[in-house]
Design a protein around this ligand. Sequence first.
Ligand code: SF4
Ligand code: SF4
Length: 327
Amino acid sequence: MSQELSFINRVKKVFFNKFALPRVKRVYTLEDSVNDLEDSFAFSDESVARFDIPIEFGRREGVEVPLTRTTIKHILTCMKNMKRAVFDLKKNPKNPKKQFEKKDLEELEEFVKTVNVSGIGFTKVPRKLIFESKAVAYENAILLVMNMDNEIIGTSPSKKSLKNIWYTYDKLSVASNKIARFLRKKGYGAHASPPLGGLALYPKLAHNAGIGEFGYSGILITPINGPTCRLAAVYVSAENLPMKEENEHSWVRDYCEQCRRCIKECPPGAIYETPIKKEAGRVTHIDNEKCFPYFGNNYGCTVCIKVCPFNNTDYYKLKEKFEKQKT
Ligand code: SF4
Ligand code: SF4
């Protein structure tokens, strides 16, 4: 079985490197063209390079490329929406509105539900959180959260959970462009940023937007659906977004301290016992050199989400229980 599998995977890798990767790179070049826009908001000296999953799949020996008919379909939708996000920038109004009207905000909150977005948050984008060589059209971000299916993620690592991850990427990439179109129609400038790759560090932006707190797995734990979500953004010309002053989820770190389940159960032991502090206030929870090969060869792994108590228990119930324990 492993003989046949390794032959199939070799064929997949050749296909991926010859046909898929050059197309992915063309999309990246298109993304970089946002730097040429007048008034675009670009990366800074403190920015880091994006950890690029397709490039990593292509370059690493012994790591499978998880391609199936379904994942190819979802990847193509994601790439189409990454291109659309850039092409549609020319449809932005010449003098976009800079102030959000209350009624528009209420309508936005209703609209996002119609495209299956589970929650939103607002923040300014610090340049250092934009990835090296990338730019965004506006300094203000609407963060989008889309839930994955908790029960299916509970089967990780599995073909089913990999499919659910790609399904969520697909729907969220479509949603980000639909939300950008919605905003344009209302007179705002908008730049969709689909979930795949991303132009900026979404988890940190979502944290700044008060959407959740980082668990010890490095994944944002949210009241919306624990760690079982994907993130994307829409950058927007409106400057008066209702940004949160404080993040009310910092208690999650204390919960993690007594839990540590993801650290114990990560199959290749890739989650650091003590997160590593890096330059410009960044913190790393995961050793990518250990995580990535396992992730690649085991359907995108996701064990750290599956075992997290927040995957299958309501955030507020866990909070209540945790607070009672302390008293
Ligand atoms: S995805 Fe898997 S290998 Fe990577 S950190 Fe999570 S549990 Fe560990
Ligand atoms: S598994 Fe436990 S330690 Fe890890 S992120 Fe979830 S709550 Fe925190």
